[in-house]
Design a binder for this molecule. Structure first.
Ligand code: PBG
Length: 369
């Protein structure tokens, strides 16, 4: 036989579906996937979210069904967001015992218990977003403090250099929360603590602070423990970047955000800072850490995964969903293959847990495969 001189032929391991399946380095499991769900107060039918085709703002009844479907699909978790009928400056409904999110948590727990009873298999863990933006009338993730129009930071930075503030924003309401106001870090922490405890009381197994306030994990841990909820876990949105990919989410929660979130969410330019944020959350007692969005921050995800001894999650956000749905609807990309590749890429980059709006659908595809 003539020798071609080629010793290594990697194509051997790609030659058949059997072989490709055998040598796959990463696989998606339903149990790795977490489905985010929106529940809207006071609606009698689910409201489609136009910028997220296929997703809706649920009624309590349709939430029950969606959670049961998620349970039957074998998902690892559901992440609940509430859309309240009434908003105010401090987000009072966020910790109201009968607020929309607390009600949703109870319903989700019930639906899961039912499916678990019927199937004998563990259902999804119930997680709740712990953040005020859905509940405030100004749409920010915390309570505002007036800084005067020229001095810049409130309690978040201790000086104009860190937070921007009204005077340095070039006149627009973009660097601060708008009109010389800023999100007050420490006052917001008290609200998060109350919210986390209300969620735990309602039955949340995991609370997920997503507001990027300094010290939020430690304060929530303290509050949960003081209230007797030592067993409730914290999934920290640790490296959460200020991103246009949250755009469709605004519609999903009816948020009319004034200004932007750049004084508390991170700058896309900064990777090392994302690792530092994760380190701080780990030191404060986070049980799990998260990187968000996922697709544009796979390097940060890999970095966090390499240094974290706790499970690492990634959130494939609303805009990532919308992009693939829009391109697929136009026939420009193959929908299923693109969804699977986008999620597998997140797993390959180091995510143990993936939040994705396609979770239930992907779980069904995996069963077929
Ligand atoms: C904050 C929160 C947001 C998302 C999840 N939690 C919005 C934001 O921080 O601006 C975005 C999720 C998505 O876009 O899919 N409550």
């Amino acid at each position: 036989m003539s020798n071609s001189g080629i010793v290594y032929r990697p194509r051997r391991l790609r030659a058949t579906p059997r072989m490709r399946r055998l040598v796959a380095e990463n696989r998606l499991h339903a149990a790795d996937l977490v489905l985010p769900l929106f529940v809207k107060e006071g609606v009698t039918a689910p409201v489609p979210i136009s910028s997220m085709p296929g997703q809706v703002q649920h009624t309590e009844e349709s939430l029950r069904d969606a959670v049961a479907d998620a349970a039957r699909a074998g998902l690892g978790g559901v992440m609940l967001f509430g859309v309240p009928a009434v908003r105010d400056a401090v987000g009072s409904q966020a910790d109201a015992p009968d607020g929309v999110l607390q009600r949703a948590i109870r319903i989700a727990r019930e639906a899961i218990a039912e499916v678990e009873g019927a199937t004998g298999r563990p259902g999804p863990v119930v997680m709740a977003d712990t953040c005020l933006d859905e509940f405030t009338d100004h749409g920010h993730c915390g309570v505002l403090v007036s800084t005067g129009s020229t001095t810049g930071a409130g309690s978040t930075g201790g000086g104009g250099s860190t937070s921007g503030g009204g005077s340095t924003s070039g006149g627009g309401p973009t660097d601060s929360a708008g009109g010389g106001v800023e999100v007050d870090n420490d006052a917001t922490l008290e609200r998060y603590a109350a919210m986390a405890v209300a969620q735990a009381r309602a039955g949340a197994e995991v609370v997920a602070p997503s507001g990027m306030m300094d010290g939020q994990v430690a304060v929530i841990r303290d509050a949960l423990d003081d209230a007797g909820f030592t067993g409730v876990s914290i999934l920290a949105y640790s490296a959460k970047y200020a991103s246009p990919f949250y755009g469709p989410f605004r519609e999903a929660v009816d948020s009319a955000l004034q200004g932007d979130r750049r004084t508390y969410q991170m700058d896309a330019a900064n990777g090392r800072e994302g690792l530092r944020e994760a380190d701080l959350d780990l030191a404060e007692g986070a049980d799990m850490v998260m990187v968000k969005p996922a697709g544009s921050y796979l390097d940060v995800l890999r970095g966090v995964a390499d240094r974290s001894d706790v499970p690492v999650a990634a959130y494939q956000v609303s805009g990532e969903y919308a992009m693939i749905e829009a391109a697929a609807a136009n026939g420009w990309i193959d929908r299923r293959a693109s969804v699977l590749e986008s999620v597998l890429g997140i797993k390959r980059a180091g995510a143990d847990i993936i939040l994705t709006y396609w979770a239930t659908e992907i779980a069904d595809w995996i069963k077929e495969a």
